[in-house]
Design a protein around this ligand. Sequence first.
Ligand code: B1M
Length: 210
Amino acid sequence: MSKIAEVKAKVEAGKTKLVPGLVQEALDQGNAAEDILQAMVDSMGVVGDKFSTGEIFVPEMLIAAKAMSKGVEVLKPLMASDGASSLGTCVIGTVAGDLHDIGKNLVSMMIESAGFNMVDLGVDVPANGFVDAIKANENVTLVACSGLLTTTMPALKEAVETIKASGLTGFKVIVGGAPVTPEYAAEIGADGYAPDAGSAAVKSKELVTA
Ligand code: B1M
């Protein structure tokens, strides 16, 4: 089994203690950080499918997510920016009622690498939490809202509407997450949408430099 395949298998199995070492070994063998990351993202797809079919339950899903997060920690220094931020501050969070943060963390990492200072509000962020953070931080040029559940899509809508109704200006709002479509993003008044972390970074830069 290749080292990348081993990383994928151990993330699926939720081997939190083994994954960081295996990720490092995969890097040492010359594998690209992006390929190792993709293998872990694929693991989450497998885990999600197993959950859907009742083969595994929430605790297994949670432990696999923890294993992936530990692996991502090893990759982060290789994918993050050199600290030369010039595009302003980005406030990011997962919307109210939603506890999924792996995708949001990857998006945060990529937006940071595009040149933003990041203020990460974490998960389960109420609509007003985004507004408070815009007020509390200097030079906020971007607000990024993530939502992973079909049931929290209304919370995404509420977040965008509350931010827009706050009267605050000088920033753009980008949304994303597995159930979000470009049409839905436009319908709820977001300025931008991206399907994945890489394109979120490209879109974010485009939004604030346009
Ligand atoms: Co949950 N979960 N989960 N879960 N979980 C999903 C999302 C699900 C698809 C699994 C399934 O049924 N197949 C399903 C949602 C179904 C739906 O709504 N249509 C689901 C469910 C049902 C649930 C619970 C309701 C289960 C329950 O309790 N019965 C529950 C809800 C809890 C809550 O949030 N209130 C729940 C709980 C959990 C855990 C806590 C156990 C855990 C999360 C732990 C954590 O995040 N720290 C978990 C996990 C791990 C998953 C799966 C398996 C993996 C999610 C993930 O990290 N994917 C997931 C199945 C799946 O995704 N196939 C599933 C990898 C990640 C890199 O992808 O998050 O999609 P993703 O992010 C991508 C893009 O979406 C995009 O870029 C990212 C990177 O490329 N993106 C953005 C994300 N945010 C963006 C923002 C942007 C732009 C792009 O701009 C701002």
